[in-house]
Design a protein around this ligand. Structure first.
Ligand code: IMP
Ligand code: MG
Length: 171
């Protein structure tokens, strides 16, 4: 196992999740919320945030992967679609990290076409220095520098997702 340094310890994440949950409850008073979890990186964040919210929360899951071929690189495809309609729902897309912004802008456009009542984006982490597509989340846990992070759902080639903190690998 490679050496992983702690960037955001569990206590700090928990504190921030309490704040985010409070803010979301104020914004969605009396409403059901649909959490749209982007697999797999957002599973920990989705669950821990939802546990702190008193509104009724419904869950949906979607997975995107990037693929490359001879003609194009950096394209995204849906590898798992949602399984119930989101029409008329108040949807919050739950993301682990916004980096170039491509994943979240692709998904937001895709989901907007399905006519939700409202759609917002909540990301645990934000790396604005790497942005290619201009997009901002409505709720952000932590803004971080340009480091490759793992843990709390985030992976390095599918590894280290189960760390209870956000760490980084020196590259
Ligand atoms: P974007 O489309 O470039 O914004 O990238 C979003 C996706 O890339 C995230 O959902 C992550 O799965 C992955 N990603 C971006 N930065 C990191 C990182 O530092 N560690 C682990 N995964 C990352
Ligand atoms: Mg990933």
């Amino acid at each position: 196992m490679r050496e992983i340094k702690v960037l955001i310890p569990e206590e700090k994440i928990n504190q921030r999740l309490d704040e985010l949950a409070k803010q979301i409850m104020e914004d969605y008073k009396g409403k059901d919320i649909m959490f749209l979890c982007i697999l797999k990186g957002s599973i920990f964040f989705t669950v821990e945030l939802a546990k702190r919210i008193k509104n009724n929360v419904l869950f949906e899951f979607i997975e995107v992967s990037s693929y490359e071929n001879n003609l194009r690189t950096d394209n995204l495809k849906l590898s798992k679609d949602i399984s119930q309609p989101i029409e008329g729902r108040d949807v919050i897309i739950i993301e682990d990290i916004i980096d170039s912004g491509k994943t979240i802008s692709y998904l937001r456009d895709y989901l907007k076409n399905k006519n939700p009542n409202t759609i917002k984006v909540c990301s645990l982490l934000d790396k604005p220095s790497r942005r290619i597509v201009q997009i901002e989340a409505d709720y952000v846990g932590f803004t971080i520098e340009n480091k490759f992070v793992v843990g709390y759902g985030l992976d390095d080639n599918q590894n280290y997702r189960n760390l209870n903190y956000v760490g980084y690998i020196e590259i």
